[in-house]
Design a protein around this ligand. Structure first.
Ligand SMILES: Nc1ncnc2c1ncn2[C@@H]1O[C@H](COP(=O)(O)OP(=O)(O)OP(=O)(O)O)[C@@H](O)[C@H]1O
Length: 456
């Protein structure tokens, strides 16, 4: 029998014969080659596996809360298993223990603090999602990992290792007290309900006081939205009184929370000098589209679904409408300003992204100066008449923003900041506010002095 056939048979007989104590291989969800596999790794050093397990425990009945928060419980249970993976020998196959070069299998036990995202985030990590969830039948998880390739036949060895793993996971899940998963169940419900309630409060996002937005990126969680809390100094957010903090009731866990409410259709500037935390704040708002576990630091940041970004990039445009910013087309692209075809420049592509967001009534658009086309945001003396940058649009024709609120981070774009409705300033990662009238006066004074200096 060839290798593939031998391992197929091993996992097949294992999946159909295994009956653990309270833990069952979910053979109803096993479709050969799709939901369960046991294969030799590309370097021949390991057997990689994946198979579904149901741990029989009716958590929804024990917790007696709205089942919508069950993803919080699944997330907590998975993190508890990960937390014990390196001390419980039977959990070794989860991260390829004993396999040469096992680093590459450690993604399974990488901690993860996002409970739920509507988008496909971090699909390489083990986390609560459509395949790892809990309902009244039990806690459903997909166990995957790698084990050293046995010499010779090894079917018994494989079956013992996988059975031991399923048992060890089952034991942890069964023994976890309900009160441990209660907090994340409530946190999940709070976030879902707060997000749903934003619209009726006239808000598109809310950042609670005490939120810790800074992140530490790791090899397996290498971008902001999936990354865990920053280790070391992580200064909590506190909404300045000048920005009228709002108070919201926590719908599931009770009590109230205060923080910054970002209003529908407003333009909010996040201003400040270099490296004061502006991008981190914007990323935090974007992360509010997901639900986070307690202790993530973003568990009381909620943002309306549909919030999006616009940035400068180069891409092919096919029928893009950029007429809000461009009144004629430069050479090199074809069509009209309402339907551009060809390779878009940085500012054209960003213009199209802004307009698309407004056209689909995105509740919130986020722009970071770091990633933006400056010539789409502020006016320059060389700029042709046929271009109207965003600062001019906000000044002369705010209705063009439609229903979409705008939050942007800026340091150098003074003339854009001057057009905001509210200005929050970050200084050493702490928030304060500056009155827009005062900012405009300061800016006018600075520009006058600059002009005087140029004419001397
Ligand atoms: N609240 C915070 N507590 C601790 N560290 C923070 C906080 N916010 C941001 N940081 C850290 O400060 C550094 C700079 O943050 P960030 O890139 O957000 O600043 P910025 O104002 O956007 O910078 P630039 O003006 O250069 O674009 C990063 O290392 C970030 O992790």
């Amino acid at each position: 029998m060839d290798d593939a056939g031998r391992w197929d048979e091993a996992i097949g007989s294992f999946l159909h014969s295994y009956t653990g104590d309270g833990t069952q291989i979910d053979s109803s969800r096993v479709q050969p080659g799709i939901t369960a596999f046991l294969v030799r790794s590309f370097d021949g050093a390991a057997l990689q596996f994946s198979f579904p397990v149901v741990v029989q425990r009716n958590l929804p009945a024990e917790i007696a809360l709205d089942p919508a928060g069950a993803d919080g419980a699944a997330a907590t249970l998975i993190e508890r298993v990960k937390g014990q993976a390196e001390s419980v020998p039977a959990l070794g196959p989860l991260y390829g223990k004993g396999v040469p070069g096992s680093q590459r299998y450690r993604d399974t036990i990488e901690p993860y603090t996002v409970i739920h995202s509507d988008e496909t985030l971090a699909s390489h990590l083990w986390k609560a999602d459509a395949r790892n969830f809990c309902d009244c039948e039990g806690i459903h998880v997909i166990l995957r990992g790698a084990m050293p390739c046995p010499d010779g036949d090894g079917r018994r060895q494989v079956a013992d290792a996988l059975g031991g793993l399923a048992d060890a996971v089952g034991t942890i899940v069964e023994k976890t007290p309900a009160r441990v998963v209660d907090a994340s169940w409530l946190a999940s419900l709070d976030q879902k309900r707060l997000r749903r309630g934003l619209r009726e409060r006239g808000l598109v996002a809310f950042v609670a006081d005490g939120s810790k937005l800074a992140r530490t990126l790791t090899h397996h969680r290498c971008f902001f939205r999936v990354a865990g809390p920053k280790t070391g100094v992580n200064i909590p957010f506190c909404c300045p009184v000048e920005l009228d903090p709002v108070e919201l009731g926590l719908p599931a866990s009770g009590g109230t929370v205060t923080g910054l409410g970002i209003r529908q259709r407003e333009v909010l500037a996040i201003a400040g000098s270099n490296a004061q935390g502006k991008s981190t704040f914007l990323e935090g708002i974007l992360a509010g589209r997901d639900d986070h576990a307690p202790h993530d630091g973003r568990e009381l940041v909620v943002t309306a679904r549909g919030a999006c970004t616009a940035e400068s990039t180069t891409m092919g445009l096919a029928g893009a409408d950029i007429s809000m910013f461009f009144s004629t087309l430069p050479p090199g692209v074809s069509g009209t300003v309402r339907s551009v075809h060809g390779m878009g420049s940085g500012s054209m592509t960003m213009a199209w992204q802004v307009q698309s967001a407004i056209a689909r009534h995105a509740p919130l658009l986020i722009i970071d100066e770091d990633r933006a086309a400056p010539n789409l945001l502020v006016k320059s003396c060389l700029q042709k008449e046929e271009i109207t940058p965003l600062s001019e649009i906000l000044f002369h024709d705010r209705t063009k923003m439609g229903d979409t609120a705008l939050v942007f981070a800026a340091c150098a774009m003074d003339t854009l900041i001057a057009r905001a409705d509210r200005i929050m300033v970050l200084d050493r990662h702490e928030a304060s506010a500056i009155d827009t009238g005062e900012f405009r006066r300061m800016l006018a004074e600075t520009l006058r002095k600059t002009a005087d200096g140029l004419e001397k």
